[in-house]
Design a protein around this ligand. Sequence first.
Ligand code: SF4
Length: 326
Amino acid sequence: MNEKVKPLVAKSIRGDEITIDESRRILHAKGAELTAYMAGAHGIKEHYFADRVDLCSIINAKSGHCPENCSFCAQSLHHQAEVPIYPLRSVDEIVLGAMQAQRNGSHCYGIVTSGTRIKPGDEFSTLLSALRRINRETTIAPSVSLGILDAESAKALFKAGCKTYHHNLETARSYFPQICTTHDYQEDIETIICAKKAGLKTCCGGIFGLGESIEQRIELGMILRELDVDSVPLNFLSPVAGTPLQDAKMLSPMDCLRIICLYRYLLPDKHITVCGGREKNLGEFQSAIFMAGASGMMIGNYLTTSGRNHAVDEQMLINAEVTINV
Ligand code: SF4
């Protein structure tokens, strides 16, 4: 391993915190320096996870008409993007999705609903029934992403067999007001704390390419480190027509790899999963995500955009010589 990177790798594995200066160097690295950092990140990943990777899938269980105004999101009522709008899927449809995800090799199945929160009542009961059935009828780990959460709902989800609560912070606290003004960042933080208190694992990350600065990419990583979340999904913006970010420039593949690499150094023992925007932002560099320190990848469709053909992803995983966790 490169002599310059070795002490940083050892520091990360020891659990000592990577500093802002060290993080900056990773996000500015190019050429051989970047590949050296990536080799280090790969080493950290292998220290904690060997050659194993987790695959996850989601179902967009309730789509569109969201009163929040996240500027990247096609499902917001405030924007003019064309997305399917439908109410909560039935228990059968959600359970069938879990079975399909399990057949495709996913370790975790995320049930995602649009909206600020799910209120107690019929919709919440449907979700609890779906969770119970997924636990009875499959071996996949069910997770939910239902927006802002309260303590009582968190307890009910845990009791119904939900393993993980997914709640992205989207971006750094200092940039959040440019991205969303309909709720406060602190509500997102409290949601994560509330899920943890109920015994749920937490899966929380963000989306990059929203116009945030290098410093803000570091800031988000440090907030997630502080929150001690269990897994960190990294999304890269694919601009959607009709949203305020429709003309945003996509990140380069190297930018995406720098971000994955940084997050591995910052969060050495957490699952780092590459999710939305993988195909469009990384292009032919997709398989390099594992060499940059990722320990997981989302497969299948995303919330409002289609994912890659399953057979193509399967072949990529074989070529990358990784072992899929089942
Ligand atoms: S990201 Fe979630 S909360 Fe924000 S507008 Fe989209 S569906 Fe609503």
